[in-house]
Write a protein that binds this ligand. Structure first.
Ligand code: IMP
Ligand code: MG
Length: 178
């Protein structure tokens, strides 16, 4: 059986996204930035965030995979590549959630091969206590505990992405009838 416990409401998320957008706008000012969305989880966050950024921006997508159910496998693969040429540009990598850090570390190493001017990271959620590799995050929405979260783009085996809040997914074994 699956139970959902709301962790961040729609309103809490939208004020946080607005706050992040203001910080990013202040930092880039009139310099343009390419927002790179790591699909699929970050698609809703990116869509909201880009509307709060006043700096000139471009959007591109990359897709990686590493999760099976609720576990990170550590085996990261790029399954959809960038379309834009990002050489000499400012990149802002947009993530839904950073857990072990393996995914983001892999993407950063890959993006560095394209010789951008700068690379920064913006994540809505950070499971800091689960980190396995050391990476600096430039913009963080919320720090969360070791819990499996769904909604606002995040999925459990492709479900729950459309929820407007973020909830903890609690998997309970079905109780046997006595
Ligand atoms: P990492 O490589 O362990 O840092 O995992 C990062 C990726 O795993 C994210 O881009 C998410 O797609 C996925 N992920 C990590 N934690 C969760 C979660 O709690 N819910 C849904 N997806 C998650
Ligand atoms: Mg993801």
């Amino acid at each position: 059986m699956e139970r959902l416990k709301v962790i961040f409401t729609k309103n809490q998320i939208s004020s946080k996204v607005m706050e992040l957008g203001a910080l990013i706008s202040r930092d880039y000012k009139n310099e343009s930035v390419v927002l790179i969305c790591n699909l699929k989880g970050a698609f809703i966050f990116l869509a909201d965030l880009c509307r709060y950024i006043s700096a000139p921006l471009f959007v591109d997508f990359i897709a990686t995979t590493s999760y099976k159910g609720t576990k990170s496998t550590g085996d990261v693969r790029i399954i959809k590549d960038l379309k834009m040429d990002v050489r000499g540009r400012n990149i802002l990598l947009v993530e839904d959630i950073i857990d072990t850090g393996y995914t983001i570390e892999y993407i950063i190493r890959y993006l560095e091969l394209h010789r951008p001017k700068t690379i920064k990271i913006c994540t809505l959620l950070d499971k800091l206590c689960m980190r396995k590799v050391n990476i600096d995050i430039d913009y963080t929405g919320f720090i969360v505990a070791d819990q499996f979260l769904v909604g606002y783009g995040l999925d459990y085996d492709e479900r729950y992405r459309e929820m407007d809040c973020i909830a903890e997914l609690i998997l309970e074994r079905e109780k046997r009838e006595q």
